[in-house]
Design a protein around this ligand. Sequence first.
Ligand code: LIP
Length: 266
Amino acid sequence: MTSPDPAAERFALAQTIAESAGKLALDYFRHPERLRIEAKVNAQDMVSQADREVEELIRAGIADRFPEDRIIGEEFGFDRKQSDYTWVIDPIDGTSPFVNGIPAWCVSIALISGERHVAGVIFAPCTGELYAARAGHGATMNGRALSVAKDATLADGLMGLGANHRVPARAVSEFVRLLLEHGGMFTRNGSGALMLAYVAAGRLAAYYEPHINAWDCLAGLCLVREAGGWTNDFFAESGLEKGGRVIAAAQKAKEPLLKLIEASGA
Ligand code: LIP
């Protein structure tokens, strides 16, 4: 009798929890009159009781099965357990679109071991899309294999761009100017996790954000890598604790993207 694979067990649980969490979040999304919305760092950085209740649901689901695992979450921070496995969770990624009634948000659950990607799960309840990837085992969306857009370039593809008030406006505006001069085009939906999932699904050629938090991007980075894309090493600059730059791209978009980012002064 072979002993169960601990990573496989956690990967399966992450998908189950993501769907349960998404159901709770979707109920709030469909009843915005129930939301009590507060500003965090600034008026663009919002939170509601939906974020907190969904994170509590996710934390309870993890603790019930793996009480020794470490958890890092957007709303309730870091717990300092010593474990091989760390869950990095964003209960509602895309809080701004969520509270504004725009269906561009998701539940993001990443699993890492030290500074190594183990799995990434992103559930978008408004479209019923469950993105899942386990390191070394590929990426899927609703069970169908995913691949990045192998032939898309920065000039003929669409890329995702993250913007927030954690970086000077020029860090974004200069990149936009250079991208448009390059012949490219961008979209921003307010959810870094969802846009990274779209890179893995071949819908976006790339994604760049000058500063993003670990809980927003680690699941998506695992998806992109398992779908054959390239990403920067988010952990290299203490991203787990402090956040950092995120860059993800299909093969033909990578080099032009890195050149534009460097030229933008980021
Ligand atoms: C969001 C990120 C997005 C960033 C937003 C915000 P949240 O996360 O997913 O990439 O541009 O400013 O941080 O706050 O919705 O979980």
